[in-house]
Design a protein around this ligand. Sequence first.
Ligand code: GRF
Length: 221
Amino acid sequence: MTGALRTTVLVSGSGSNLQALIDAHLAGRLNIHIGHVISNVAEARGLRRAEQAGIPTSVLKHGDFADRDAFDRALALLIASCKPDLVVLAGFMRIIGPAVLQPFRGRMINLHPSLLPLYRGTDTYQRALDAGDERHGASMHFVTEELDGGPLISQVVIPVIAGDDAASLAARLAPMEHRLVVATVELFATHRVECCDGGVSIDGRIHAMPLQLQADGRLHP
Ligand code: GRF
């Protein structure tokens, strides 16, 4: 597609968010070209989803490398060979080091299942429940050296319901994450967002707070 945003997606698991991007593209709602899907897990279902959509895939197993830095350097080279405008970490369960961050700074975004800055890292659903939170959600942010700590672009909020456990919360959040990832990547495909001076500029204006996904599937301040 002419002018399509060249996108590389990194996955480690189910790849349902990758599928949301593929589906939005196929439906003509997202002007992207997913040129490559990369995983650190050979069995990741996300790889099968990519193959079914005719997208080239690569597996880079971190266990095959001498150390973290060697893996990062190989990953950086592989991503660079795809010449992406945008790199989307969609359930990529691996901490990324400077060798990957530096070449793609401002062009790499991550989906995280919490209302950042709350609950960086793992077990976010249980941690929200343990804290008695009334709301949970997901965030998309630029990737920086700080784990789940880069500038926030967008969020979606869901209520915690009486009787929720981590599994029910995750199941209810998943479809909202799919909408969030599509709406956020659309910001890039339409050249509306960039990372600047540690913040996020949307439509030329610095936003201190992330955009919120609304019921109409759009992101609003
Ligand atoms: C999502 O919950 C995302 O927030 C987290 O990993 C999960 C990925 O799901 N980082 P999937 O592989 O896209 O189905």
